[in-house]
Design a protein around this ligand. Structure first.
Ligand SMILES: [Zn+2]
Length: 904
């Protein structure tokens, strides 16, 4: 459960009883004080004094004896929660939930106890409460208070500390240690050493080269902080020269300051008012962390986290960049080459029900979430929910298990919920979470064009004051505005969202009948509010909401043109709410717009309907039964498309920004953005992606389907402009890494255009080449098969490959290997010759062999002949007969293929 807190501190969300202490609060506090005293003195007599005459004394004493460790040195008892005790009059009895923190020297544990207390009616004591029952609900064991040993210093000679593809070499230096009862778990190395990191996978070496200029990092360091399992350290040090020496206080102080700086960054818990000290968990065997102070790169963090699908990472702390992240050989042998993030989750969410109130002026959200989940781990003792750090949780209960203890994991937007006892796989439970806090709008980063500050005055003109955009608040995949699984998780949902009456809510789902309904004002003199209810009966990857002052521009039912698949191959629906593929032949389309965007909204209705019809006919299905386009205002153009709606950013004419040259900007095809966003309903939403590597299956597909729409509706000219731009960006940026690196493309140098150039544009180009390689019929059948097999699921490149192989009868291993998993481009030389009325073109691939479909164009004066040649060997020859007089031969004149093509 704690593998997730490797690089961040987590903290107990310990809450004091409600503000404004009543006499009762004080009396309960003094009861808990008495418990604290009994435990800290391990004095059974004091405990017995707290028992009610009606209590089961044997059970109470046994509880006390079993809970209190030998040699306890410090105890803190905090009330977490209080509920009236069943069968008592008001104020007469409570079930108290208490966090009990116990220190035994440098070891610590936290228990959550339920203590049932009653007050005898005639009691006049200051502390009248007596214990009638007790139970341990949860426990966190194995906490260690780490400190650097001030009396131990070791001299190291030719010391080498290793992890996967990683070495720290210290020819001569000093070593300081932090010990636990299990042995040494933290080291500080001081001295002139060398850090060597040599990633196994070629693509990772490519990323290291972008960062360091070389494929291996071999760099001097002056100090390093290491966390390791004590047993493993012992193994590593066997036979090495490390001997105890006199402590040099000056060197110790330096080690101490490094230790203090690093110790709480990993494996660490912040217990707030239970303890101010630093409490740490031991790394599991195999887990390893090194914070290395290099001369050239500042601090580099190397980590091996055996629980992660990609267990080896290198991180640049100062710039917060992932340099490398991959699976070790050992990990690959256990999980195979590909992984689905869903395979690692503790549970599956079946349904979300969110009831939230949002106050735009304060950007404040008050929410209640109800999650139906099914356990996937064997024996789940704790589960992790994701929720934005700014949102604080006041309670978590389960219909089945009652009130639950939870920890807030800081810096990671995570909440760890402890279950009273482990539950089995397939156990279904319902969690109710109450939360509140500041919730800011999500910026559309990836899906927006790169802009730079424009000429300001010059741009706007003196007489054109800058008009601020109409505000809108978008809460979606990156806001973590509702408690959710750690990865996106297909689930049905109901969203009830209450806002001031002059605002409108658009959310994932179909508006419930009667929505919106009036809701009472937040207070006297406040405006009436409105509650919008959206129900999604088709599973969604995540829930989105956008709030703004919208006017409805249009609403229509769009008739689609879907030819359902032959019933011969029915695909059984996964859930009763999911209609079979192709069974729905309409979609409801709504356009909502900010006041100044209404004209644009009206213009887009027809186009949007046309785009939806085009995609539905091509793919043979529509995954969600309604679509709302929200035309909002923003400084930069962009869009975002969760299930059931899309937000389109419209820059105001007086925007202070001007577009930069961007891979996703298609000036001669203004609907491109809308077409791209609408395609996400199919690609990205209905068919998701198994992990970050596979994002091209969303963005490359959305980009290619927008290009297909351009072709279908605007013809060859527009399509070839689009292809040229896809190709230009893909070619320019291919050396930045493989499409398969996903968000990591451009990440090291902080340029999101690299990401769009490769994940969007190269991804789309690859699909176009695939189509030309296997032919239109196999390609579009393959698309349908891939969609059908993966609807409401996460897909991987290998799923696409299988579908295309099944429809084309062609092996595509090398195609995907070269174009998606690797970063190279083909180099092909060709020569042309004419023999009579036959043109002969000979191709030769220089270097690695690719599968490249190339268009050869014969220019015959009054007309041209185009022929697609699949170049799939080191050499190829094509003979094309012609009639008339041949004026020229062109290769890849349509820009449909990526690569360098040189005439010899
Ligand atoms: Zn997109």
């Amino acid at each position: 459960m704690f593998c997730l807190i490797l690089c961040g501190a987590s903290s107990i969300d310990a809450r004091q009883p409600a503000a404004g202490q009543s006499e009762e609060d004080l009396s309960i506090q003094s009861f808990l004080q008495a418990v604290e005293t009994a435990v800290s003195t391990t004095d059974g007599a004091r405990w017995r004094e707290l028992l009610s005459p009606n209590a089961d004394r044997d059970a109470a004493i046994e509880f006390f004896d079993s809970m209190i460790p030998q040699g306890v040195t410090r105890v803190v008892v905090h009330e977490r929660d209080r509920a009236p005790l069943v069968g008592t009059l008001p104020g007469e009895g409570y079930g108290l939930l208490a966090d009990v923190f116990m220190e035994t020297g440098a070891r610590g544990r936290i228990n959550t106890w339920r203590l049932d207390v009653r007050r005898p009616r005639d009691s006049t004591e200051r502390q009248p409460w007596r214990l009638v029952g007790q139970e341990r609900l949860a426990a966190i064991e194995g906490l260690h208070r780490l400190s650097l040993h001030p009396q131990k210093q070791f001299a190291a000679r030719d010391l080498v500390i290793r992890s996967v593809d990683f070495e720290l070499r210290l020819p001569a230096g000093d070593v300081f240690v932090a010990e636990t009862s299990e042995g040494v778990t933290a080291l500080v190395l001081i001295g002139d050493g060398t850090m060597v990191f040599t990633p196994g996978p070629a693509e990772e070496r490519g990323q290291v080269r972008l960062f360091a200029g070389t494929e291996t990092i071999d760099t001097p360091f002056t100090a390093a902080y290491i966390r390791i399992n004590p047993f493993e350290l012992e193994q590593q040090l066997k036979g090495q020269s490390v001997s105890e020496t006199q402590v040099d206080n000056r060197v110790f102080r330096r080690a101490q300051s490094i230790f203090d700086e690093e110790v709480d960054k990993s494996f660490s818990l912040d217990l707030y008012d239970l303890s101010r000290d630093n409490w740490s968990l031991l790394p599991q065997v195999g887990d390893f962390l090194a914070e290395v102070r290099t001369r050239r790169f500042d601090t580099l963090t190397f980590a091996r986290s055996t629980g992660e699908a990609e267990d080896v990472t290198l991180f640049h702390r100062v710039r917060k960049r992932n340099i490398a992240a991959y699976a070790s050989e050992m990990k690959l042998s256990s999980r195979g080459r590909f992984f689905n993030e869903d395979d690692l989750v503790e549970y599956d969410v079946l349904d979300y029900s969110i009831d939230a109130t949002f106050a735009p002026e304060r950007e404040w959200i008050d929410g209640r979430a109800r999650l139906k989940i099914r356990v996937k781990s064997y024996a789940l003792a704790a589960l992790t929910l994701r929720l934005a750090e700014e949102l604080s949780v006041s309670s978590i209960t389960s219909d089945e298990l009652g009130r639950l203890m939870f920890l807030r994991v800081r810096n990671q937007n995570n909440i760890v919920v402890n279950l009273p006892s482990p539950v089995e796989r397939d156990f279904e439970l319902t969690l109710n979470i109450a939360y509140a806090g500041r919730c800011r709008t999500q910026q559309i980063e990836e899906e927006s064009l790169d802009v730079q500050a424009g000429g300001g005055r010059q741009q706007r003109g003196e007489e054109m004051p800058f008009v601020p955009p109409e505000p809108n608040w978008l809460f979606s995949n990156r806001s973590q505005w509702y408690p959710q699984n750690q990865v996106t998780d297909y689930a049905t949902s109901t969203v009830r969202f209450t806002v001031p009456g002059d605002h409108v809510v658009i959310a994932s789902g179909v508006p419930a009948s009667g929505s919106p309904t009036a809701a009472p004002a937040a207070g006297p003199g406040q405006p009436i509010r409105a509650t919008y209810t959206y129900v999604a009966s088709q599973p969604l990857r995540y829930l989105g909401v956008v709030v703004s002052r919208f006017t409805r521009v249009d609403a229509a039912t769009v008739a689609l043109d879907i030819v359902p698949p032959r019933p011969a191959s029915p695909v059984p629906a996964a859930r009763p709410s999911v209609p079979p593929i192709g069974s729905r032949n309409t979609i409801s389309l709504v356009v909502e717009a900010n006041r100044r965007q209404q004209d644009r909204g009206r213009e887009i209705v027809g186009t949007a309907a046309d785009i939806l019809r085009f995609y539905a006919a091509t793919i043979g299905d529509v995954p969600y039964d309604s679509m709302t386009l929200a035309m909002v205002e923003h400084e930069r153009p962009g869009g975002h498309s969760p299930g059931y709606f899309a937000v389109i950013n419209n820059p105001l004419p007086a925007t202070p920004f001007v577009h930069r040259n961007d891979p996703a900007s298609f000036n001669n095809f203004p609907e491109f953005y809308v077409a791209h966003e609408l395609a996400h309903q199919w690609w990205g939403q209905a068919v998701g992606w198994k992990n970050y590597h596979e994002q091209w299956l969303s963005e490359g597909f959305a980009q290619y389907f927008a290009a297909l729409y351009a072709h279908g509706r605007r013809g060859e000219g527009t399509f070839s402009d689009v292809l040229r731009q896809l190709r230009r960006w893909a070619m320019d940026q291919s050396d930045q890494g493989a499409v398969y690196l996903g968000y990591r493309l451009g990440h090291i140098k902080g340029d999101s255009r690299v990401f769009r150039a490769l994940v969007y544009n190269k991804g789309a180009s690859v699909l176009h080449m695939l189509r030309r390689l296997v032919g239109d019929e196999a390609f579009f059948k393959g698309i349908r098969r891939y969609y059908t097999e993966n609807r409401y699921k996460k897909a991987g490149t290998e799923d696409l490959q299988r579908a295309m192989e099944a429809e084309s009868g062609r092996k595509l291993d090398r195609f995907f290997e070269r174009w998606i998993y690797q970063s190279g481009l083909p180099r092909i030389r060709y020569s042309t010759a004419v023999e009579g009325q036959e043109a002969i073109i000979r191709f030769e691939q220089i270097g690695e062999v690719y599968d490249v479909p190339l268009t050869v164009t014969l220019n015959l004066g009054d007309r041209s002949v185009h022929e697609v040649v699949a170049v799939t060997e080191a050499t190829a020859e094509k003979r094309i007969p012609f009639s008339g007089s041949l004026r020229g031969i062109e290769v890849n004149g349509d820009n449909a293929a990526l690569g360098m093509f040189e005439r010899r």
